[in-house]
Design a protein around this ligand. Structure first.
Ligand SMILES: Nc1nc2c([nH]c(=O)n2[C@H]2C[C@H](O)[C@@H](COP(=O)(O)OP(=O)(O)OP(=O)(O)O)O2)c(=O)[nH]1
Length: 151
């Protein structure tokens, strides 16, 4: 079967990254992820992300770039991550579907939540990318910023 893309948003505002806690399915519930979802046939990845963010969070978002890389999920899915921001006048995000909590994480809080295992490398790469383009960066060793869990 050919690969199917799940898009995740590295949605940033005021130097903080949005994390969303899944409410379903049972094996993923309680773990944190980048909000997003599956790209539908005939849909572009960035259009899918804008649609998913509207459906899941009730926001009006725009995609600003692609985080290099691709991370395997349960076959046939792979995760791609795009940077995004809220458009002026957008509502604040709310956990409308698929999630039961949201958190804006500052640089020192990124690893405070229990990310889905497969999201850890994707979040790490997103932070490296965002650090380069938006200044969301670690405050250095010992700060808990960009360091990996247990590092
Ligand atoms: N949205 C999202 N899904 C992720 C991430 N990491 C990860 O393993 N997944 C998995 C969870 C799901 O099995 C799948 C995405 O499905 P979804 O339920 O979010 O997508 P969807 O809204 O299009 O779902 P559906 O109801 O159409 O099935 O990818 C992530 O960071 N974001």
């Amino acid at each position: 079967m050919s690969e199917r893309i799940v898009v995740g948003a590295a949605l940033v505002e005021d130097g903080r990254l949005l994390a969303a806690r899944r409410s379903a399915p049972a094996e993923l519930a309680g773990r944190w992820e980048l909000p997003g979802g599956k790209v539908e046939p005939g849909e572009t990845a960035d259009a899918a992300l804008v649609r998913e963010l509207r459906e899941e969070l009730g926001v009006d978002a725009e995609v600003s770039g692609r985080v290099p890389g691709e991370w395997p999920l349960r076959a046939p899915y792979v995760l791609q991550v795009w940077t995004a921001r809220l458009r002026p006048g957008s509502a604040a995000p709310e956990p409308l579907e698929d999630h039961d909590a949201l958190r804006w994480l500052g640089p020192d809080e990124i690893w405070d939540v229990h990310w889905l295992d497969q999201d850890v490398p994707a979040v790490r790469q997103a932070l490296a990318h965002l650090g380069a383009v938006e200044g969301l960066r670690s405050r250095g060793p010992g700060s808990g910023g960009l360091e990996e869990p247990g590092a």
